[in-house]
Design a protein around this ligand. Structure first.
Ligand SMILES: C[S@@+](CC[C@H](N)C(=O)[O-])C[C@H]1O[C@@H](n2cnc3c(N)ncnc32)[C@H](O)[C@@H]1O
Ligand SMILES: Nc1nc2[nH]cc(C(=O)O)c2c(=O)[nH]1
Ligand code: SF4
Ligand SMILES: [Mg+2]
Length: 222
């Protein structure tokens, strides 16, 4: 049976996205195809990162034991694993369980177009300060569902202007739920709110990663 490279599993409150504040079981898969300037999980992307090789039924068992109703599949980049749809299918077999996938915007999401709102894509659009913008898969914008999230993680004024451009170019606020969030500690959060006010971004939601306020920002497993 296929196995998945799991660098950590833990239960915490979800600190990001539209399900923020709710208890969630986090499944973090190893490895990433990007190298964002601000990445807070570079340890999980290293070739020699320690991981467990777990089958889909083993992961499902962990979720059942934890007794949570929300699963956040993250990484690294979770959609890089060629068998990930098998894992997603197994998790969705559990009645009541919802799954949210944190994906970096560079991997096609069109393969998941037959889905309902128990499967949410929380997709980044990587802005100039990440140094990864050229890797974005723009075709993904056509496969967003109304319950999906597009997240702009902002580190500079240039990022703010670019985010606005992209929102307009792809009518993103009509297609999905849009968030602006600061690169932690890199930009005054107030500057983002001022930009939203100046530009009347009524449909954009502002968010700060909750877990970095509750715990030490460098702590893993929370
Ligand atoms: C660690 S990534 C893993 C999932 C996927 N690789 C991605 O980038 O979406 C999860 C989320 O954390 C965000 N993130 C990473 N480092 C951050 C930082 N220093 N400040 C704010 N958000 C950060 C990413 O932009 C992404 O939205
Ligand atoms: N509490 C908590 N919430 C999160 N939401 C998304 C996370 C991620 O690393 O993808 C994350 C995380 O690492 N911790
Ligand atoms: S895509 Fe996600 S995991 Fe990969 S380097 Fe960027 S923030 Fe980190
Ligand atoms: Mg995180």
């Amino acid at each position: 049976m296929e196995t998945f490279k799991v660098v950590e599993t833990f239960v915490s409150i979800n600190g990001e996205g539209k399900k923020a504040g709710r208890l969630a079981m986090f499944i973090r898969l190893k490895g990433c195809n990007l190298n964002c300037s601000y990445c807070d999980t570079t340890w999980a992307n290293k070739r020699n990162a320690k991981c467990e090789l777990l089958t889909a039924p083993q992961i499902v068992e962990r979720i059942k034991e934890a007794g949570v109703e929300l699963v956040t599949l993250t990484g690294g980049e979770p959609l890089l694993d060629e068998n990930v749809s098998e894992l997603i299918g197994s998790i969705l077999m559990m009645p009541k369980v919802e799954i949210e996938i944190e994906t970096n915007g560079s991997v096609p999401i069109k393969y998941y177009k037959e889905r309902d709102n128990r499967l949410t894509m929380t997709m980044d659009y990587k802005l100039p300060s990440s140094n990864m913008e050229e890797s974005m898969c723009l075709e993904n914008m056509e496969y967003l569902k109304p319950w999906d999230v597009v997240k702009f993680v902002i580190g500079s004024r240039e990022d703010l202007n670019r985010a606005k451009e992209i929102i307009e170019r792809f009518s993103l606020c009509q297609k999905a739920i849009v968030y602006f969030s600061p690169v932690f500690g890199k930009i005054e959060p107030e500057e983002i709110v001022e930009f939203m006010k100046e530009n009347k971004l009524n449909k954009v939601r502002f968010q700060i990663q909750i877990h970095k306020v509750v715990w030490d920002p460098d702590k893993t497993g929370v």
